[in-house]
Design a protein around this ligand. Structure first.
Ligand code: CUA
Length: 301
């Protein structure tokens, strides 16, 4: 109801026309029921009754539905026009989002559970899934579309307003379906370019002693078998890329706000925080190790 993109604005407009039309028809039907019950309750002629059925049951629905069909078909070409160059491939995983940015003339950027977009540009999404069906939906920006194993669906979104929005999975996909969200940040184009360049860089080396110990423990515990942190020997691709984890708004795909304390809680109690998650809980790590790893990850800006 508060669109921030061209597709969402058109959908909202279509909704208001349909809601207004439905309200008028509802008043008409209730008015006729009141008339026939209280105002003029005696029998009507067969001819009169047939006229009501023909007009109210055939003519009005055909005219109204044909009008709405023409109106909605007219909106479609704009929603399917090609993008302006930036392509974002999003893969629905169990239960998080794998994200890859490809901008003309730039190195690809790999991220997860967050999507940033430049305001005023048409961005093409390529939507995939390796196993189960998800549905990709950013209500404030535009329509939703399924992510289906074995095929690639396309969607073009055209954000118009800078701001923070929420994306969700709109198709039941398994245990953690309800804990599978992502943050969407629409930025001014110059700020977006700067951000994309920063994301393409490898993780900066840990600064303090605590973060350095955290990195050593992270690698020693085998976290790198599933997670990638560019610039280190962690090169796993099973779980989300963590190269710039600390700069994201949430962790666990929209499950907790990003903070060092929440990272600690997440690592130690993954299954309790997000039932169904495929990452095991590392509750056996001692407090000092958990704090060191959480500090290291939080500082991956
Ligand atoms: Cu993914 Cu529901």
């Amino acid at each position: 109801m508060h669109p921030a993109g061209v597709g969402a604005a058109q959908t909202a407009q279509l909704f208001w026309w349909m809601a207004a039309g439905a309200a008028v028809l509802w008043l008409l039907v209730v008015g006729m029921a009141v008339y026939a019950t209280f105002v003029n309750p005696e029998r009507h002629s067969r001819r009169f009754a047939m006229g009501i059925v023909t007009i109210g049951g055939i003519v009005v629905p055909v005219v109204v539905l044909a009008g709405l069909l023409v109106y909605s078909l007219r909106l479609m070409p704009a929603l399917m026009a090609p993008g302006d160059g930036l392509v974002i491939t999003v893969s629905g995983e169990r239960w998080w989002w794998r994200v890859r940015y490809e901008a003309p003339g730039r190195a690809p950027v790999i991220s997860a559970n967050e999507i940033r977009l430049p305001a005023g540009q048409r961005v093409e999404f390529r939507l995939l899934s390796p196993d189960v069906i998800h549905s990709f939906w950013i209500p404030s920006l535009g329509g939703k579309i399924d992510m289906i194993p074995g095929r690639e669906n396309r969607l073009v979104l055209h954000p118009e307003r800078v701001g923070d929005f929420r994306g969700v999975c709109a198709e039941y996909c398994g245990t953690a379906h309800a804990l599978m969200a992502f943050s969407v940040k629409v930025m001014a184009p110059a700020a977006f370019d700067e951000w994309l360049a920063q994301q393409a860089a490898p993780a900066r080396p840990p600064a303090g002693e605590l973060a350095q110990r955290g990195q050593a423990k992270f690698l020693q515990q085998g976290c790198g078998a599933c997670h990638r942190i560019a610039g280190t020997r962690a090169t796993g691709v099973i779980g989300p890329d963590l190269t710039h984890l600390g700069s994201r708004a949430t962790l666990g795909a929209g499950t907790l706000p990003m903070s060092r304390d929440n990272l600690r809680r997440w690592i130690a109690h993954t299954g309790a925080v997000k039932p169904g998650v495929l990452m095991p809980s590392y509750g056996m790590l001692d407090e000092a190790t958990l704090t060191a790893i959480a500090t290291y990850l939080a500082e991956l800006q």
